[in-house]
Design a protein around this ligand. Sequence first.
Ligand code: ADP
Ligand code: MG
Length: 175
Amino acid sequence: MIPVVVALGSNLPPRRETLLSGVRALAHLPDTRLLATSALRETAPLDAPPGSGPFLNGAVLLHTTLTPRELLERLQDIERAHGRARGAPNAPRTLDLDLILYGELQLHDDDLIVPHPRAHERDFVLEPAADVAGSLRHPGLDRTLAQLRDARRAGAASETPASGTGGAETGGSAP
Ligand code: ADP
Ligand code: MG
């Protein structure tokens, strides 16, 4: 069984019901067990079209023997079953399911990049991901999710806020 972190997000109502239903669907995937579910957090939309509502975000830890590609297809099936329509980039969505870590695999295909390329610079992913799998190592950055989260928290605490957006523009200093 491979430990896998999936991030969930929704910014169209009913957000909480959709996320909980998404978690149930993940728990019912074949050859997969749900090990942990994070709390759900409300976050401001980042790089989203004007008028986009706030997100509710969370993450789960799964153990699975599905391949990364099988898992991506299953995630997209679940998104569609929850009314996800593919519109403009970052358009409001009923359910977004992103594959964040698949064990320590590194994969760079056109339609699937693992670890998720922006996960480590997004608090709305890193905070819940570290909740459920803090000791998992990010293979590209060679730090655990808890270490990456703590580094971002320390960076945020030492920053002078330049704007009220709540979303830091710069990532960590690791390559
Ligand atoms: P985003 O989550 O970045 O807002 P989408 O959910 O619309 O965007 O996904 C866009 C594409 O990202 C998908 O069609 C999928 O093929 C691709 N993708 C690449 N890597 C991943 C990953 N690790 N998890 C989920 N989707 C991914
Ligand atoms: Mg996505």
